[in-house]
Write a protein that binds this ligand. Structure first.
Ligand code: ADP
Length: 235
C-alpha cells in the first residue's frame, strides 16, 4: 500500500478536526471529498509532513510521516490548496530551483519532460508571476511531479480554472494515476466521475464512505454522486 492511515486524530485547540480516521490507498486516483471544514486539508497536511498529528499513524510507501519525513518527501509530491510559487522566477528557473531542493543531478532532461507533460511549453519562457491562473497551477503540478514521486497529494488542483484548462489538468491527473497513487481533493463531482477510481467521503472528521465509484453507486441505486454526497454529509 502506498498510503496507510491508522486511527489518525488531529486536535486544534478545542477543535477535533480528525477523529480516528483509517484508510489506505494504492496506485490510481482516490477522490478525497467532503464539505468545507470536514478535515481534508488537515489529513493532506499530515500525510505530507506539513503538520504533526495529535495521535494515530500515517505512512507513505512504508515510511512513517513523523519519524521518517525525508524518506516520505522523496516519494511524495504535494500541490497545496494555496500554492506558493516564486513569481519572479522564470518557469524553467523555478523548476530548476525545486530540482536543487531534491538534489537531482543533471535535471535538465527531466525539467523538459515535465514541461511537456504539464503543457507548459508555450509559456516556459515567462516569469511565473506573468502566467494565467491555469498556467500557474500547471507550474505547481510540474513542481509536485518533478522528482517523479510515487504518491501525489493534490488539494483542489482545478479550483478556479476555466473549462479548457480543466480538461487538460484532468487528463494529466488521469495519466498520472495510471502509475502513481494520487489523492485528489475536489468539490466538483463531475471531476470525480471523470478521474477517480475510488472515493473517500469525510464529514466532521469522520470517514462516511470509502468505496469504488461503482460500489458507491451500487449501494445508492439511481442516485447521482452529488445526491449521495449530500445524503452522507448533510447530517
Ligand atoms: P477541509 O480541508 O475539509 O475544508 P480542514 O482540514 O481545513 O477542512 O479543517 C478541518 C477543521 O479544522 C475546520 O473546522 C477548521 O476550521 C479547523 N482548522 C483547520 N486548520 C486549523 C488551525 N490551524 N487552527 C485551528 N483550527 C483549524
Amino acid at each position: 500500500m502506498s498510503i496507510v492511515v491508522e486511527s489518525l486524530t488531529k486536535v486544534y485547540g478545542a477543535q477535533k478536526a480528525l477523529d480516528e480516521i483509517s484508510f489506505s490507498a494504492e496506485p490510481g486516483v482516490l477522490g478525497f471529498l467532503g464539505p468545507n471544514g470536514a478535515g481534508k486539508s488537515t489529513t493532506m497536511k499530515i500525510l505530507t509532513g506539513f503538520i504533526p498529528q495529535t495521535s494515530g499513524k500515517a505512512s507513505v510507501c512504508g515510511f512513517d510521516v513523523q519519524s521518517q519525513p525525508i524518506e516520505v518527501k522523496r516519494r511524495l509530491g504535494y500541490l497545496p490548496e494555496s500554492n506558493a510559487l516564486y513569481p519572479d522566477m522564470y518557469v524553467k528557473e523555478s523548476l530548476g530551483f525545486i530540482a536543487g531542493i531534491h538534489q537531482m543531478k543533471s535535471p535538465q532532461k527531466r525539467i523538459a519532460e515535465v514541461i511537456e507533460q504539464t503543457g507548459l511549453g508555450p509559456e516556459q519562457h515567462k516569469k511565473v508571476g506573468q502566467l494565467s491562473k491555469g498556467y500557474k497551477q500547471r507550474v505547481g503540478l510540474a513542481q509536485a511531479i518533478l522528482h517523479n514521486p510515487d504518491v501525489l497529494i493534490l488539494d483542489e488542483p482545478t479550483s478556479g480554472l476555466d473549462p479548457n484548462q480543466l480538461i487538460g489538468i484532468r487528463q494529466l491527473i488521469l495519466d498520472l494515476g495510471k502509475t502513481k497513487t494520487v489523492v485528489l481533493s475536489t468539490h466538483i463531482m463531475q471531476e470525480v466521475e471523470a478521474v477517480c477510481s475510488r472515493v473517500i467521503i469525510i464529514n466532521k472528521g469522520h470517514i462516511v464512505a470509502n468505496d469504488s465509484l461503482e460500489g458507491l453507486r451500487g449501494k445508492n441505486k439511481g442516485k447521482s454522486l452529488e445526491k449521495i454526497f449530500i445524503g452522507l454529509t448533510n447530517l
